[in-house]
Design a protein around this ligand. Structure first.
Ligand SMILES: [Zn+2]
Length: 270
């Protein structure tokens, strides 16, 4: 883990510079809007992992798949980096992460995501940060999803009270490991395209799901809740009518992220 320490130390000095260059005042250009409208398509300016990293991406993803299978969906959502390493060491079905795989994960985590088009702020700066389990509550009938007590739980309870039981929690708190898994899986499915992946999934360390945000959906709608279909749902119509929808990634945002009408904005970066 020495290299991790060195990397962390070398980055500590430039922490301020990691804050996003959010050009809030600028209006989005037509080229940017066209790219974001086709967020799931490769774009000529996209950045991809190169050479040996393409192989490492697949290796790490495979290992994360096996970690998830071993610990279970609910535990995986809040698993920390160091406990993940322990599981990998102790379970032959997962297998120890190689030095090259760990170094790859460190480079992904500590890379400035604006390099490849994600302009949101870094929310979790430590690779080894873990959600505080004592402050988390498992939400009923939400596939094991968890929320932080306090503002997030209160906001969700209020939304459900006002909209009705058809409003469900579709994704709650996600730790760094879970975000790695989602992001790398998306990047792998796009041939290592980090830019494409980051248009619909925050890179690890950049997800507000790490600190309080959550996603809501229409009961029984499955994956459609994470697509443009969600705006056609009765739950969304009700949220709009109530005027209570505060979303993290609005239409035409300048953060390099698709429109996500389901992602409720709660947390702020300290
Ligand atoms: Zn979300």
């Amino acid at each position: 883990m020495q290299r991790r320490q060195i990397l962390k130390a070398s980055l500590a000095g430039s922490a301020g510079a990691l804050l996003p260059a959010m050009a809030q005042a600028a209006l989005p250009g037509a080229a940017y809007l066209a790219k974001m409208a086709a967020f799931d398509e490769p774009h000529p300016t996209d950045i991809r992992v190169q050479g040996r990293d393409a192989q490492l991406l697949l290796q790490v993803l495979g290992r994360l798949d096996r970690v998830k299978r071993t610990v279970g969906h609910g535990n995986f959502a809040v698993l920390g980096f160091d406990p993940m390493l322990r599981y990998a060491r102790n379970y032959p079905a997962i297998g120890r992460f190689s030095a090259a795989e760990l170094e790859f994960m460190e480079r992904v985590f500590f890379r400035e995501a604006s390099d490849y088009g994600f302009m949101g702020p870094k929310v979790t700066r430590k690779l080894t940060s873990t959600p505080n389990l004592r402050n988390l509550v498992r939400v009923r009938r939400a596939s094991g999803n968890l929320l932080y007590r306090g503002e997030p739980l209160q906001a969700f309870t209020n939304l459900q009270k006002r909209v009705g039981p058809d409003l469900v929690l579709t994704s709650g708190i996600r730790g760094v490991v879970k975000q790695f898994h989602l992001f790398l899986r998306k990047a792998a499915s796009a041939g290592g395209d980090l830019s494409l992946a980051s248009r619909s999934l925050a890179p690890p360390g950049y997800s507000f799901h790490g600190i309080g945000d959550f996603d809501v959906g229409q009961r029984g709608w499955g994956k459609r809740n994470f697509s443009s279909d969600f705006v056609k749902s009765p739950v969304h119509a009700r949220l709009e009518a109530l005027g209570v929808l505060q979303i993290r990634y609005p239409r035409n945002n300048l953060l390099g992220v698709r429109y996500e009408p389901w992602h409720i904005r709660i947390a702020s970066v300290s």
